[in-house]
Each structure stands twice: as structure tokens, then as C-alpha cells.
Design a protein around this ligand. Sequence first.
Ligand code: NAD
Length: 482
Amino acid sequence: MTEQVRDRKTYAMRIGGEWRPAIRQFDSIDPFTGQPWASVPEATEADVDDAVAAARVAFDDGRWSRLPGAERGEALRRLADLILESADELALSEVRDNGKLLREMRDQVRSLPAHYRYFAGLADKIDGRVVDTGRDNYFGMVLREPIGVVAAILPWNSPLLLLTFKLAPALAAGCTVVVKPSEQAPVSILKFAELVDKAGIPAGVFNTVAGSGKDVGQWLVSNPGIDKVSFTGSGVTGAAIAAQAATHLAPTALELGAKSANIVFDDCEVDAAVNGLLAGIFAAAGQSCIAGSRALVQRGVADEVTAKLTERTRKIRLGDPRLTETEMGPIAFPAQRDKVASFVEQARVDGATVVTGGRTTGEIEQFYEPTILSNLPTTSRVWREEIFGPVLAVTVFDTEEDAVALANATDYGLAAGVWTTDVRRALRLARRLVAGTIWINAYRTLNYAMPFGGLKRSGYGRENGVEAMHEYLTDKAVWIEL
Ligand code: NAD
């Protein structure tokens, strides 16, 4: 028996302030070792119903939803402190679940307290308004109230970060939450429930259920006790969830996939652009919704950019994600690796050149080499569909018009990058590119104050910024006859 198996911990769900062991457990597999490292619960339909009922009771009793906003803010600040104390342990759980780099996940988890503090500051600024009713004998006001019980459904690539995007504004607004982490990476979320308790947030405000999407996720979304569904994941699942939620008319916010363009103009600072292209696609082994998976390079710098990209890509060190010298970790699970490999095979069939990479590697074939494709026809599904792996397709363009047309010729609209020293061009593109986030001479920067979300098939709704509060509040009109 390996050490991972001997060390294996068993996790439970948090439902209504109690730890609930599951009737069935399943293994979480460390993608680097291929070994099970944690035993996680598989919720039953009754567990899901209980979690929603607990969140409903906690919402209706008003101990959280009607608590003065400043006090909710205080609780969120305590939660922020507790996250900082446990940051390394939480980050390691994510690495063992999804294989991302430990140093990256540490930075990510350490960034979360600032996020909770920002929304703590908004908790006591939920102001309504007084309205001119058009009638002298009527006074009208609009109250802004928490929307109710929120189902938060998460993917596997950045569980705590993506939970925070939902939980911090939802709790600040006064909502209660049932979260379902991905079956591929549930541990950090199950552990996180301890911190919510320690922060003094009342029982039932935050509940966890774990298990598969097709069962546990579906039971949760279709439960009529859910008032809002906030989902991050793939477009196919997002569409299914929107349809399920529609059966009881629960509104949804969907943060979905993408095929983002990173556009490099002749007048750019080439080395900065190359850094941006590499970080845009190979960070997290490309398993990132904002991956800049399409590089659009203007003809004048195309050879130089491709040569530099290729040289740097060949040097990327694959290895144990816990080691500081490792630059790219494994693919999160074998089916995902096979999906990446099949996209690259398709690219070859479609006539692309594999400039570098294009193979699985590692003792248990747990890695996919960072890969650059050129000459990929824009009609290929590899150019159009999200791969969610370390594969960059490079294409050459001539004019600004061509770049805009190519960048926007996608079903998605999550993000785009622009590399140019011409400020007027940068601003023209910021307007003309159809995406929720535009980076100019930058890529992958996110923070709690900047709204984040998609257009087209990248979804709808916004996370982060004051805009995120709107997702978890509803407006109530009050008429008073004078
Ligand atoms: P996924 O859609 O397969 O699963 C996401 C979650 O949905 C999981 O918890 C899964 O169990 C659950 N689920 C699956 N079917 C369900 C159903 N019928 N009802 C309810 N829940 C269900 O996505 P994934 O593979 O975990 O994550 C990768 C995807 O997430 C990529 O497309 C990526 O771009 C996207 N993503 C988007 C963002 C963003 O902010 N836009 C961020 C990260 C990841």
C-alpha cells in the first residue's frame, strides 16, 4: 500500500451546522501520483434536500439575512483571517486534487482574504432608494433584499477562488448557500466549511454537498427550495443547468468556457507579448477558463514571436506540482488528458503543424507537453472549441480589421488580450472586441474589484466588483399612502 493510501483522510459534508458522513464515499485521486489520497462523500438525494432545507431555515429565521450588514461584514472579516491562517493547507488540498502548481495555488488562496474583506465592506452599503411615484399622496421606496437560498456549483480548476467569487457577495448580501464542488476536486471546499463555522457564521448559512453532477448537481439545481443558481463550468453543463433551474424559474448566473484571443501587433514590445502569450496559455497547464488559446500575430513580428514562443515553450519544466522548480504540473485527470490529446490529433488531421509538444509524457502519462500549433485552419473545431489544456494555436493576420474579425469569430466571449504600444489602437480594440474582459499589454490579471464574466456562450452574470452584489439581491417596491 502506498503512503498516499495509508494517509488517506475521510471527509464529510456540512449540512445545517452538522458534519454529515455519507452512506457512500469515493476516492479523490492525486493526478501527479495517480493514487487516491482522500475519501470524499457522495451525497444522496435526501442529503441534498436536507442541505437545501437547512439553508432555507437559516435564511428565513433571519439570523443572517436580517443581521445588520456591518455585523455580516465583521463575520466575513473573521473568515478572511481564518483563511489566511489555513492558506497553505487549503492550497495543498487543491494541488492534490487537481495537480496545479503549489506556489500558484498558495498565491491564489492567500489572495482570498482581500476578496472577503472587499465584500465585507459592501455588506453595510446595500441601500435602497426613494422613488417619485407620480402621485402626491403616495410615497414609494425600493428595498434591496437578499435573493434567498443560493446553489453554487463549481468546476475543478480553482475551487476556492471560484467559490469565493460567489460566496463573498452572496454572504455579504445576506443569502444562504449550498455549494456543490466538482467531483474531481472537492476536498478544499469540504475543509473550508470548518472555517465558516469558526468565523461564527450561523449554522445552515453555508452547506456542502459532494458528488457527481448528473445526480447530486441535478438534484440541487432542480430543488424548488433554490432561489438562485450560480454556476461555473462548461457550456454544455451550463445550458443543462439553466434548463433545470427554469423548471422552477430560479434565475441563473453562468460562468462558462472560452476560446480567448491574444492579439499581438507589429508595434508591440515583443518580449512582453511573448511572456503574456506563454502565461496566458500555459499557466495551470491551460486548464483555465481565461486561457489565451488563440494567438493572433501580425505578419511583421510573426516569425520572431513564433521563434521566441517555441524556444521558451520547449524549456518549460514539467514535474511534481509541489516543487518550486516545476513550471507546469499534470493534467487534472486522465479523461481530460485524453481530451487534450484528441484535439491535437484532430489538428494534425486538419492540416496543422505541431511546432512543438503534441504528446503525453510522464511515468503514468500524467502530463501533456506544452504544445504550439501553426497553420491550423480557422474552420477546424480545434480552432473553435475550448480544449482546456496546454495547446496554443498561432495564426497570422495583416490588418487591424482582420484581427478584430478573427478574434470575434467565436461562439465565446470571456476575455481577449491586446499587445500594442499604440494607445489609440488599444482603445479601439477595447471597444470592438466582444468579451467580458479585455487586457491591454497584460493577461490573466483579475481582482475582487473588477467585474468578471462572459458574453455569448461564455455565459451571463458578473462576479467580483459591486456588480457581483446585484446577483444576490432582489428589489422590492413599497407603496405607502400618505
Ligand atoms: P463541468 O461543466 O463538467 O462541471 C462543473 C460542475 O457542474 C461540476 O461540479 C459538475 O459535477 C457539475 N455538473 C455537471 N453536470 C451537472 C448537471 N446536470 N447539473 C448540475 N451540476 C452538474 O466543468 P468542469 O470540467 O468541472 O470545468 C471546466 C469548465 O469550466 C471549462 O469549460 C472552463 O472554461 C469552465 N470554467 C469557467 C470559468 C469562468 O469563470 N468562466 C472558470 C473556471 C472554469
